[in-house]
Design a protein around this ligand. Structure first.
Ligand SMILES: [Zn+2]
Length: 207
């Protein structure tokens, strides 16, 4: 792509660094912004900068938050003894959209994947175990993507919690094995949560 302006080229290159955005799409977005007035573009860039500079992570569940505790953790109407374990913030958004879940979350920040060099220490697993002890958690629901890495993570954590009196379940597999949780439609995801099953039945078949 040849540009008549270095400013234009720089802007296109920055957009093209975003996931899923190729050069052509980047150019389309930049040309769209060029049509806007300067104040609109200023609001746009300030929102992004402010988000990056000021955003926090909830100290309890590691969700993105404006305060020390996220809105979900701070909501006393939610079931405090039920934790849904997910890989990323996108999964929280997907599950919240179903409006079928009224407990809390714990965001691991990934799943165990030795091939990618991700071990348990890089994930929020110790903090989860600590929460189970301190918050008198009654049920842990694993809502991880149904693939080898997700299953390894479920197996690892359930083994660590073996001695504790806690119900450990995993969402039902309405979601195809190898599929991504965040792409499941709301109905499938909602049904998967209500049809969750004990992890020992699940991992027992596999390990
Ligand atoms: Zn939280």
């Amino acid at each position: 792509m040849i540009f008549s302006s270095t400013l234009l080229e720089n802007a296109v290159n920055e957009f093209a660094k975003l996931p899923g955005i190729g050069k052509k799409t980047a150019l389309r977005l930049v040309l769209h912004l060029l049509k806007k007035n300067t104040d609109d573009v200023k609001d746009f860039s300030e929102a992004i900068l402010k988000m990056r500079e000021e955003i926090n992570f909830c100290t309890r569940c590691y969700n993105i938050s404006d305060k020390q505790l996220c809105n979900i953790c701070a909501d006393r109407a939610r079931r405090q003894q039920m934790i849904c374990v997910v890989e990323s913030i996108r999964d929280v958004i997907a599950i919240e959209s179903t409006q079928q879940y009224n407990g809390l979350y714990h965001i691991l920040g990934g799943v165990i994947s030795p091939l990618d060099g991700i071990g348990p220490d890089q994930l929020q697993i110790d903090s989860l175990i600590k929460r189970v002890d301190e918050e008198k958690v009654e049920e842990l629901i694993f809502a991880l993507s149904p693939n080898i890495q997700g299953d390894t993570t479920i197996f690892y954590i359930s083994k660590k919690l073996k001695a504790k009196a806690i119900r450990i379940t995993t969402i039902a597999r309405g979601i195809a094995f190898g599929g991504e949780l965040e792409y499941a439609d709301e109905m499938t995801l909602a049904r998967s949560i209500s049809n969750r099953m004990p992890v020992e039945n699940y991992v027992g078949n596999k390990f």
